[in-house]
Design a protein around this ligand. Structure first.
Ligand code: UT7
Length: 336
């Protein structure tokens, strides 16, 4: 058995900055409400024609991660791509990455776990490396949310939160069992599947042909829906549980955490967790203020920025935690 270790991070966001004041030109909202309820000041939204897609942003983040890992891309054995906003209904963007990197016919797996997608992806990569099957695995989280959301007042409780962007990690074999990914814990609770979901297009209820046939301007089934307060309460509960589960599995205390990188769902959620665990400001990394909630991309963008800013150092205990649609949630404990 081996361990896996994150050896390179990268991220990419579209150039186009959308401030809260910009949003107030599109819908009935304001900077005060958005900052007070979510902590978000601005987000990046791709502009039609600027070339950004979930795949292309993921590729840019991946190329940076590979460069920072200082490995030859030909040595990548497997690709994991997490997103809820793929370029195509199928196939998923993992195969687009394989082609664009030109790295031979390595496997490419697409993960559909929304906000927890990157944490699930890290866990999958870790298992493959642990068993010795693969040596280097590329894990990407990328989202282009801005095309799918309703930017009128009707969609304001969702659209002000979400942003576009991508982050990526290269995981490599680590021979020292005390280093790298120490544990991953994953959970789901499907009874709440529709509390945070986009039901269409899907083969279950409404396919594209049904939407076209009905031609109903009130049809919101293809827009994301979120029962905000219910999701908020569950997020707080599950974040706490799964962070504790990760710490306990490794015989660690809260005081051992050098850096917690929570999924950037809402700054209020991260602050609640920080307070509950009595963590100092320098023990928690948040950047939702600048990017909004980028779903599967939020943790890798944050971790990539934290690394670039020198906030994650060799030997640090780093904890990643995510919660979101599904519901799904999970944590990763890392000895950096
Ligand atoms: O990443 C996946 C996991 N996601 C999360 O964890 C998100 C969890 N939930 C949340 O972050 C929060 O519930 C929201 C930020 C989505 C909403 O905040 P809230 O404090 O729960 O507000 P609310 O939905 O209860 O709405 C309060 C009021 C409503 O007006 P009334 O009914 O009180 O008159 C809304 O219509 O705020 C109104 N509102 C807005 N007002 C201005 C909703 N969205 C907006 C808006 N601007 N953008």
């Amino acid at each position: 058995m081996y361990n896996s270790k994150i050896v390179g991070m990268g991220h990419y966001v579209p150039d186009n900055i959308v401030t809260n004041d910009d949003l107030s030109q599109l819908m009935d909202t304001n900077d005060e409400w958005i900052q007070e309820r979510t902590g978000i000041k601005q987000r990046r939204w791709a502009v039609k024609g600027d070339g950004n897609t979930t795949f292309s942003m993921g590729l840019k983040a991946a190329e940076q991660a590979i460069k920072n890992a200082d490995i030859d891309k030909q040595d990548i054995d497997f690709i994991v791509f997490a997103t809820l906003s793929p370029d195509y209904y199928f196939p998923g963007p993992g195969v687009q990455i394989q082609e664009a990197l030109g790295i031979g016919t390595v496997g490419a797996l697409d993960v559909r776990n929304q906000c927890s997608g990157f944490v699930y992806g890290i866990s999958v990569a870790d298992q493959f490396i642990k068993t010795g099957m693969y040596k280097n695995v590329l894990v990407i989280g990328s989202e282009l949310q801005s095309r799918g959301i309703d930017i009128s007042t009707r969609g304001r409780s969702i659209s002000v939160i979400f942003g576009d962007g991508a982050g990526a990690a290269v995981l490599s074999r680590e021979e020292d069992p005390s280093k790298g990914i120490l544990s991953t814990h994953l959970h789901s609770e499907g009874v709440h599947a529709l509390e945070l979901a986009a039901e269409a297009p899907g083969m279950g209820k409404r396919w594209v042909t049904d939407i076209i046939a009905d031609n109903d301007p009130e049809d919101m089934s293809y827009r994301p829906y979120m029962n905000g307060q219910f999701v908020f309460k569950n997020a707080i509960r599950r974040f706490s549980e799964v962070i504790n589960q990760g710490l306990e599995a490794n015989g660690l205390q809260v005081s051992d955490i050098d850096m917690l990188v929570p999924h950037q769902a809402n700054l209020r959620i991260a602050q609640f967790i920080q307070k509950k665990f009595q963590l100092r400001d320098d023990q928690v990394f948040n950047n939702i203020q600048n990017y909004g909630n980028t779903t599967a991309a939020s943790i890798p963008i944050a971790l990539s920025e934290a690394c670039a800013q020198g906030k994650v150092k060799d030997g640090d205990t780093v904890v990643l935690a995510a919660f979101g649609s599904g519901f799904t949630w999970g944590s990763v404990v890392i000895k950096w």
